[in-house]
Write a protein that binds this ligand. Structure first.
Ligand SMILES: Nc1ncnc2c1ncn2[C@@H]1O[C@H](COP(=O)(O)OP(=O)(O)O)[C@@H](O)[C@H]1O
Ligand SMILES: N[C@@H](CCC(=O)OP(=O)(O)O)C(=O)O
Length: 362
C-alpha cells in the first residue's frame, strides 16, 4: 500500500486546531463543519481538540495582551471557553450536528479510573453521533497538572480512544526545512527536530517542536499523523483523501499497547531506578524484569505503582516503568539478592515487572 493509503481508511480521526487558526479567519468554523460532515458521511468518527480559549478570553475580558499571571490566564480561559463553544455550537447547527464539550486536566488521564471514564464518555458521544470538542481545563490547571499544550493533549487523546489518524492543523504548510520547503514525509521524528525554529511570535503556545513530540507519541500509539495548514480550503478533505499535503508521519510498526503508552507518555516519573551495567544490558537487550540485585541506586520519593525512569549508571535513560514498591522499600532491597531480603520484602526481588516497563529503542 502507498504511504497515505492508511489515512484513506482511517475510521477514527482526532483533529486538533491551534489558537493561531481560531484567532484568524472566522470562516474556519464553517469549513470545518463541512469537512467533518463529509468525513462522518464516509463512516468516520471525528473528535476535535480545540485551543483558542485563552486568546478569545483575553479579548473578551479587555486584557490588552495575553496575561502572564496564572489567575488572569485562568480567567481568560474560562471567559474564552464559553465563547469558543458558542462558535462551535452555532457552526455545527448548520448541519444539525450535536457538539459536546469535554475539558480535561493531565491528572484525569494519569489516573486509570478517570482516564477509563473519559474514554467511555468519548465513545458514548461518538456512538450518539456527537462531535466531542476537547480542551484542557485551563481554569483549574496549574503547572504540575498541565498537559503542556494541546498538541500533547491531542496525542494522548489519540492513544486513549485508539484513533487511526491525528491531524494537527496550524498556520503553516507543515514541517518546513531550512529552505522553507514543506517536508512531505518524516521517517524519523528525532531527526526532524533539527528543523524546529524557536519563535516567540504568534498566539500559539507549543510551536513546531511540540507538534513533532505529539507526532512521536501518536505514531507510537499506532496512529498516522499529519501536520497541515488550516487556512487552505478543503485541507481536511485533502488529507483524508490521501493527497500529498502537509507533513505525514506513518504509524509506528512497533506500536505500544495502550498500557505501555500510558506508562511511557502520560504518566510523569516520580523517581529513578539506577541499574548496574549487567542489569541494564539484560533489561535493554533481552527485555528482562528489573531485579533488586541489579539496582545501584534509588532517587526520588515515589510510591508503589508510580512511574519511574530506569537509568544506566551513567544517567542515560533506558526506559520508564511502574515500580512495585515505595522508594523507602526500594532503598532497602537495592543491590540485594532474593535470599538476602527480609521476609516481608521477599516479593520485591522483582522490583519492576517487564509487562510494566517500556524500553526506549536505541
Ligand atoms: N521547521 C518549522 N516548520 C514549520 N513551522 C515552524 C518550524 N519551526 C518553527 N515553526 C513555527 O511553529 C508554528 C506553529 O506552531 P504554533 O504557533 O504552536 O501553532 P498552533 O497555535 O497552531 O498550535 C509556525 O507558525 C512556525 O512559526
Ligand atoms: N488550552 C489553551 C490552548 C493551549 C495551546 O496548546 O494552544 P496552541 O499551541 O495554539 O494549540 C486555550 O484554549 O487557550
Amino acid at each position: 500500500m502507498a504511504d497515505r493509503d492508511f489515512i484513506k481508511q482511517a475510521r477514527r480521526v482526532v483533529i486538533k486546531l491551534g489558537s493561531s487558526t481560531l484567532a484568524g479567519d472566522p470562516s474556519v468554523y464553517s469549513r470545518l463543519v463541512e469537512a467533518v460532515h463529509t468525513a462522518r458521511e464516509g463512516g468516520r468518527g471525528v473528535l476535535l481538540v480545540s485551543s483558542g480559549a485563552i486568546a478569545l478570553g483575553t479579548r473578551k475580558l479587555g486584557f490588552r495582551t495575553r496575561p502572564k499571571e496564572m489567575a488572569k490566564l485562568q480567567a481568560a480561559a474560562a471567559a474564552g471557553q464559553s465563547l469558543l463553544m458558542r462558535s462551535y455550537e452555532e457552526a455545527f447547527a448548520a448541519r444539525d450536528i450535536a457538539v459536546a464539550q469535554v475539558l480535561l486536566t493531565h491528572a484525569d488521564l494519569a489516573d486509570r479510573v478517570r482516564g477509563n471514564n473519559a474514554r467511555a464518555a468519548l465513545g458514548a458521544l461518538l456512538e450518539a453521533g456527537a462531535v466531542p470538542i476537547l480542551n484542557e481545563n485551563d481554569s483549574v490547571s496549574v503547572e504540575e497538572i498541565k498537559f503542556g499544550d494541546n498538541d500533547q493533549l491531542a496525542a494522548m487523546v489519540t492513544s486513549l480512544v485508539s484513533a487511526d489518524l491525528l491531524l494537527l492543523l496550524s498556520d503553516v504548510d507543515g514541517l518546513l526545512d531550512e529552505a522553507g520547503q514543506r517536508i512531505s514525509r518524516v521517517e524519523d521524528v528525532a531527526d526532524a527536530m533539527r528543523y524546529v525554529r524557536k519563535s516567540t511570535a504568534g498566539v500559539g503556545t507549543g510551536g513546531m517542536g511540540s507538534k513533532l513530540q505529539a507526532a512521536r507519541l501518536a505514531t507510537l500509539a499506532g496512529a498516522d499523523v499529519v501536520i497541515a495548514d488550516a487556512r487552505r480550503p478543503q485541507i481536511i478533505e485533502d488529507v483524508l483523501s490521501g493527497a500529498d499535503v502537509g507533513t505525514h508521519f506513518m504509524a509506528s510498526a512497533s506500536r505500544l499497547s495502550a498500557k505501555k503508552h500510558w506508562i511511557a507518555f502520560t504518566l510523569r516519573p516520580r523517581g529513578d531506578i539506577v541499574l548496574d551495567p549487567g542489569a541494564a544490558t539484560a533489561v535493554r537487550t533481552r527485555g528482562k524484569s528489573v531485579l533488586s540485585i541489579g539496582v545501584l541506586g534509588i532517587r526520588g520519593d515515589f510510591r508503589s505503582g508510580d512511574a519511574v525512569r530506569i537509568l544506566e549508571h551513567d544517567g542515560t535513560e533506558i526506559g520508564r516503568a511502574l515500580v512495585r514498591c515505595a522508594a523507602e522499600d526500594a532503598v532497602v532491597v537495592a543491590g540485594k539478592a532474593q535470599d538476602e531480603l527480609p521476609e516481608a520484602r521477599a516479593a520485591l526481588a522483582e522490583l519492576i515487572h517487564r509487562d510494566d516497563m517500556v524500553i526506549w529503542k536505541t
